[in-house]
Design a protein around this ligand. Structure first.
Ligand SMILES: [Zn+2]
Length: 126
């Protein structure tokens, strides 16, 4: 993604969710809670996007680090490989649960393809 996508996604996320709720809560006299809601939401969105950027970078430029050896990274990497092979599936790089909920989850390839190989790259062939 372009560098400005992160701030835009965070701002849109804030405008569509926490901010209207915080304004509503603020109007009822809960100023501290409204500020807390905005702060926690902003930090959550920011950390999520930073994690996405970092994991995506490591998936496309893997090293022999500890991260690539973890089962979580291998699972997410397999999920992401399938996204690049079948662009209509596996949109969420960090939390595949969203793909399961939205019906875009793909666990195995639909048909055989020339797959990259490596220690941090699981076999996703059908
Ligand atoms: Zn990618």
């Amino acid at each position: 993604m372009a560098w400005w996508n992160g701030p835009v996604i965070i701002i849109v996320g804030m405008l569509l969710g926490p901010l209207p709720i915080a304004i509503w809560v603020y109007e009822f006299g809960y100023q501290t809670e409204a500020i807390l809601l905005c702060t926690v939401s902003f930090l959550t969105f920011s950390c999520y996007f930073a994690l996405y950027e970092y994991l995506h970078w490591r998936m496309h430029a893997p090293r022999d680090g500890w991260l690539e050896g973890t089962w979580v990274f291998k699972k997410l990497n397999a999920h992401h490989i399938l996204h690049h092979r079948h662009m209509g599936s596996n949109f969420n790089t960090v939390v595949p649960l969203a793909d399961w909920v939205l019906g875009t989850l793909l666990v195995r390839a639909k048909r055989p393809f020339m797959q990259v190989r490596g220690t941090s790259i699981p076999d996703v062939q059908p």
